[in-house]
Design a protein around this ligand. Structure first.
Ligand code: ADP
Length: 162
């Protein structure tokens, strides 16, 4: 049986930190689904379709990855895909409390699914999609923080606005 894990997130947009976590996960699991939450309550900058397109372009040379949307209770979705684990990234202590709460709640709902935490390379431990958007909005360079298709997409969005 293939050992399949799900990396869920909003990915608004995908950053090098997300990619670091996905690539590390592939060292443990046979296959990874990058599951993109619709998350309208977070008011994403990029549409669900655009977020998926950017992930596909950014990971086009990586095998054993599926990229798809989801819009249901995470544990139900993971069960339906026959995943054995949820992978989340832990950047700093500040991520911990929320992530622990989610992991324990998900365990309560679905005891057969494990949550696995991965630590990114320290050069990405300060990186978030929110920071990247903030920098891009003020015309700063995000070249070292995101893959090239994302850099281009951010330029398009913020050039239009200014
Ligand atoms: P969510 O809205 O579910 O938090 P995100 O797209 O912000 O979605 O994050 C998805 C996952 O990626 C989370 O587990 C988050 O901790 C992780 N992540 C985000 N940025 C980084 C980073 N720079 N390094 C490691 N993990 C990260």
């Amino acid at each position: 049986m293939k050992r399949l894990a799900i990396c869920p997130g909003t990915f608004d947009p995908i950053t090098n930190g997300h990619i670091d976590i996905v690539l590390r996960s592939l060292r443990i699991f046979d296959e990874i689904i990058v599951a993109v939450a619709k998350n309208p309550r977070k008011r994403p900058l990029f549409s669900l379709e655009k977020r998926i397109e950017l992930i596909k372009e950014s990971l086009k040379d990586t095998d054993n990855i599926i990229i798809e949307p989801f819009d249901s209770l995470l544990v139900d979705y993971v069960s339906s895909r026959k995943g054995i684990a949820i992978v989340r990234g832990l950047r700093a202590v500040s991520d911990f409390e929320y992530e622990l709460q989610m992991a324990l709640l998900n365990r309560k709902l679905a005891p057969h699914i494990e949550t696995v935490f991965m630590m990114p390379s320290e050069e990405y431990s300060f990186l978030s999609s929110t920071m990247v958007k903030e920098i891009a909005a003020y015309g700063g360079s995000v070249q070292e923080l995101v893959p090239p298709p994302v850099e281009k997409a951010l330029k398009e969005v913020f050039q239009k606005e200014s």
